[in-house]
Ligand binder design. Structure first.
Ligand SMILES: Nc1ncnc2c1ncn2[C@@H]1O[C@H](COP(=O)(O)OP(=O)(O)O)[C@@H](O)[C@H]1O
Ligand SMILES: [Mg+2]
Length: 585
């Protein structure tokens, strides 16, 4: 008989339960309140007293309410039919809910149990298989959704039988496996996995090395992220974190996108729901929503489910990765997730760490980021989860615990600057503060050298230097006055402005400029690099300003034109003749 207990204390959504039997950490239990059952997760065990966080409002809950434990951890159900869905943090299908708001105790299936899928076998009788191996596949939108050996199975199994190709519902058995001990299990198209446990089922996790095209020049060229890499975007409120994530979600060269809207305001999330179904996928020409899953837990939903939502999203990403798929996982914002951790920790009266966050926050963040990555499957194919989270540091303070903890583990750092946002220089990623550790990886350097362009990294280092020297020149000009500094200072400053206006800035709302393929980025970088390297002839600073404004204007026109169409070529010619006017080397 499962363990039972009784509520003996309630602090908001933290309840204390006195139990009669064994309970494990992170086990799920249900609290009976009249005729609804509230879902809760065990977060601390102290002898007979168990602390659990309730995923819903605890209004009306009384001491003495009965609690039933389930012997299961917080799990998601995995199987075909998850693409295009909108889930809450506990994988309830938001569209299948009755009414606008979730009713207390209401739960829905994560996908249809009735729908039939067109199954084709990939394994045959007598094949030796292990957890995560492919038994068959069904077409889910455009992804070949693999039906895999359950991840919970240990050791080697043998396929005893597999059904004929045909159409089956997710709960119908498609294969029977047996092992050397004579155990035999039926496999269906669905399986469960505990969200807080990293999913294993791959052969190894090699170093991620292949740059991921996001279409954002400031990322791809200046500080690239790789397939299976991690990055984060800290920035004060209103600096463009959400817009940046959306533009990446729409344009990144991946097979699938999972968006976890975590604790942000509901109206922003409504925008994704409205926008995404409309958008076309630039890669396939189909609707973007077909390759997207949205997990949504807005600021008006209970805080505990918010904590679960990022894990739910990561687990679904890991599951699809096992199919050899390239996934981009976005979480907006991980600060709200950390705040949920803080609230629970405070309610449990734990000894607080910096800014009252739990002491183990750095470990929690590190463990989460470690789940992203490139994996090599048992059959030699690869899959990847690239993770990009936003962080909203209170008051823009980059020394706060969530930013600090994330900085230690995320390999790319895209700091958004208030100053850039205020002057409408979007995306407002601060080039001088930001970095990509991947540029220091031998594997990434070799890849770029051999497959993209020789000496590319040196070129980009040079451009970063132009930006830095431009900033210094600007400070000097400001201190000493326009005509008290040598004319070269102006030239230096305006070259950095050229890089900024001509390359870094990108209009998220322009149909052409919003996303730039890598090939085009390289082409434009070449033009800009050559201008930065050239010497020009100027007598007084006013000439510099006027001249570079003209150059910048032409380059911006180039950016807004279709690559290498008539207009593009015309602007290129115009640029050449303007450069000839003053170029001396
Ligand atoms: N890349 C961009 N191009 C144009 N406008 C932008 C861009 N990024 C942000 N903005 C403007 O800034 C506003 C706030 O951006 P948002 O992403 O919601 O900020 P945050 O999520 O950091 O609070 C947007 O509504 C938009 O008007
Ligand atoms: Mg936002």
């Amino acid at each position: 008989m499962p363990t039972q207990g009784q509520v003996i204390g309630i602090v908001s959504n933290l309840i204390t339960i006195e139990v009669t039997g064994p309970v494990s950490q992170n086990e799920i239990c249900y609290i009976s309140l009249d005729d609804v059952k509230l879902k809760a997760e065990v977060i601390k065990i102290n002898g007979k007293n168990v602390f659990a966080q309730v995923f819903e409002s605890t209004r009306g809950l009384k001491v003495g309410c009965l609690v039933e434990f389930t012997d299961h951890l917080l799990e998601v159900e995995l199987g075909p039919g998850m693409l295009s869905r909108n889930y809450d943090g506990l994988q309830n299908d938001l569209d299948a809910m009755t009414g606008v708001f979730l009713k207390r105790g209401e739960m829905t299936n994560p996908f249809s149990y009735e729908k039939k899928w067109d199954f084709s076998a990939l394994a045959k009788k007598a094949d030796k298989v292990q957890a995560g191996d492919w038994l068959g596949e069904v077409p889910e939108n455009f992804i070949k959704h693999k039906i895999m050996v359950p991840f919970k199975l240990e050791g080697i199994w043998q396929v005893d039988s597999i059904v004929a190709n045909g159409s089956y519902a997710v709960k119908e058995p498609v294969a029977v496996l047996k092992n050397a001990n004579g155990q035999s299990i039926k496999v269906t198209m669905t399986q469960h996995w505990p969200v807080k446990v990293p999913m294993r089922g791959y052969a190894n996790k090699p170093i991620a090395y292949k740059p991921l095209q996001t279409g954002v020049r400031l990322i791809d060229t200046i500080n690239p992220i790789v397939e299976g890499g991690t990055g984060f975007i800290p920035g004060p409120f209103g600096c463009g974190k959400t817009v940046l994530q959306h533009i990446i979600a729409a344009n990144a060269q991946v097979d699938m996108v999972i968006i976890c809207a975590c604790g942000e305001r509901a109206n922003e999330v409504v925008e994704i729901f409205k926008e995404f179904p409309e958008l076309d996928d630039p890669n396939t020409g189909r609707k973007l929503i077909e390759r997207t899953i949205i997990i949504c837990n807005t600021s008006n939903m209970p805080v505990a489910a918010r904590e679960a939502s990022v894990y739910t999203a990561m687990t679904i990403a890991e599951y699809y990765r096992q199919m050899g798929v390239k996934i981009l996982l976005l979480a907006d914002s991980t600060s709200r997730w950390a705040q949920a951790l803080r609230e629970m920790s405070n309610r449990m009266e734990e000894l607080p760490g910096p800014d009252a966050f739990p002491m183990d926050l750095p470990a929690i963040v590190a463990n989460f980021y470690a789940r992203a990555g490139l994996v090599e499957l048992n059959n030699g194919q690869t899959g990847s989860v690239t993770f990009l989270g936003t962080v909203s540091p209170a008051g823009g303070n980059m020394k706060e615990p969530v930013t600090e903890s994330t900085k230690k583990v995320a390999r790319c750092f895209y700091a958004l600057s208030q100053q850039r946002a205020d002057s409408k220089r979007y995306p407002s990623i601060d080039t001088i503060e930001s970095y990509s550790k991947y540029l220091e990886y031998k594997e990434v350097q070799e890849y770029l050298e051999e497959n993209f362009e020789p000496h590319w990294i040196e070129k980009i280092a040079y451009i970063k230097d132009v930006l830095l020297r431009g900033k210094e020149a600007y400070d000097q000009i400001n201190i000493l006055g326009d005509d008290s500094v040598p004319v070269e200072y102006h030239e230096r400053y305006w070259k950095s402005e050229l890089v900024d206006f001509g390359f870094l800035q990108q209009d998220a709302f322009d149909p052409v400029d919003k996303a730039t393929p890598l090939e085009r980025q390289r082409y434009m970088m070449d033009i800009i690099y050559n201008i930065c390297k050239a010497d020009f002839k100027f007598d007084i600073f006013t000439e510099v300003t006027a001249y570079f404004k003209k150059v910048i204007n032409i380059i911006r026109q180039l950016n807004f034109s279709e690559f290498q169409n008539e207009a593009f070529k015309k602007f290129e010619d115009e640029l050449q003749s303007v450069l000839m006017e003053r170029k001396i080397s």
